[in-house]
Design a protein around this ligand. Sequence first.
Ligand SMILES: O=C(O)C1=C[C@@H](OP(=O)(O)O)[C@@H](O)[C@H](O)C1
Ligand SMILES: C=C(OP(=O)(O)O)C(=O)O
Length: 408
Amino acid sequence: MKAKIEPGKVQGSIPVPSSKSMAHRAIICASLSKGVSKVGNITYSKDIDATISCMEALGAHIEKFDTYCIISGTDILNQTGDRCLDCHESGSTLRFLIPLASQVKGKVTFKGQGRLMSRPMEIYETLFKNQNLIYQQEDTIQIQGNLKPGYYSIKGDVSSQFISGLLFLLPLLKQDSTLEILPPYESKSYVDLTLSMLKQFQIQIDTIDETHYFIKGNQVYQAKDVLVEGDYSQMAFFAVLSHLNHPVTCLNMDPESLQGDKAILSILKDYEKKKDVTIDLSNCPDLGPVLCVLAAYHPYKTTILHAQRLRMKESDRIEAMETELRKWNVNIESTYDTITIHGKNEYKMDEMVYIHGHNDHRIVMAMCIFGLCAKSESIIEDAQAITKSYPGFFKDILNINGKVTLYD
Ligand SMILES: O=C(O)C1=C[C@@H](OP(=O)(O)O)[C@@H](O)[C@H](O)C1
Ligand SMILES: C=C(OP(=O)(O)O)C(=O)O
C-alpha cells in the first residue's frame, strides 16, 4: 500500500487507540489466571494478534469480539508437548513469552518476521545456557527446559522487555526470586506498566530499591475484568500534528497513566517555551521518530540524548529518520546514541518526495505527520507497516481532514 500525502489543515477529534503495551500485558496476565477474565477496549493490530495466538498456543482459551476478549487462563506449569509460537514482528510478544514458554514440558519454537529475529536476544540466550537449558537460534528460536527461581542479574540498557518477561514468570515458580537490574536502567517506565498490570491480577512484586525486585514464589494470577487505557505513543503523533498544524482533540486518554510516552505533553510545553531543546529519550524510546519531526519544524536546535535503543527496533529508527528527513533537506545528524536537528519553519520541494517506510509503523506514521505539515506533496511507500500497531491510522487521519490518498 502507498499513501500520497498532501499538505493541508486538519481539524476534529481522534479516538486514540488503546495501549498496545497494556493490551499485551492484560492478555498475558488474563491468560495465566485462574478463572475467566474480560479484557475490554482492545485495539487489534498484528502485534496484539500475535500475543493472542501465542497465548492460545500455550493453552489459554481466547474468544475475540470486536473490542474485547474473553479469556480462560492456562496452567502454564503443566503443559506438555511441543509448541510453535509465531510472534510476527512483535518484540514484546517474543521477549515476554520466552520465560513463560520455558515451563512447557516439550520443545517450544518461536518464529518471527521482518527484523524480529535479529533484534537483541543474548540476555535470554545467556540465562538459558547458564542454567544448562536448550536455547538455539537460527531462523527460529528453539527452547527447552524450565527456567528456575533464584537470583537474576540483567543489563538495564538493552531492552526492558527481558525484565518484564521474567516478571511474568517468576511469581509462578515454587521458590522466591530476586531480579537485579544493572545500570543504566532504561525504559523503566515499561517495567512499571508490567508491575501495575500484575498487581491488578493479584501478583505482588516488591520493589526493594531502584534496581532490585523481590518476587515471592507460588503466587496465583486471579482472573479480573480490565479495560485497556489509551495509548500515549499513538497519541503523540496527533499531539505533534496538533502543535504544528491545527488543534486536534485526542479522546480516550487517562491523565493518571503511568505510560512513559506521556512525556510528549511536557516535551511539547518545552517547545512552546524554549529555543534550543534537549530531550532525554531513555524512558520513552517510541517517541523518537515523531520527535524528529517536531524538531525538524522547530527553527532552533534540538538534541535528543540516550537514543541508542532506537537502532534495535523494527528498523534502525535513527538511520531511517535521517534518510527520510534528508529527502526533505532537513538538517539532521547523529552519533550512535544522539540525534541533532537544526529545524526550520517550512519545507517545500520542487518534485514529489518518495518516502520509504523501512517496514516500520512508527517511521510511516511520523513521515505522514511530516508530510501533512509540509508545503509540497510526498508518497510513502510500504505504508501498510502501520498494521503492526495501528491499522486504523490513515482512516483516523482522513477523519480529521488529513489529505491522504491510499493506493496499491
Ligand atoms: O514493554 C513494552 O511494552 C515496550 C518496551 C519498549 O521497548 P524496550 O524496553 O526494548 O526499549 C518499547 O520500545 C516497546 O515498543 C514496548
Ligand atoms: C518497538 C516496538 O514494539 P516491539 O518492541 O514490541 O516490537 C514498537 O511498537 O515501536
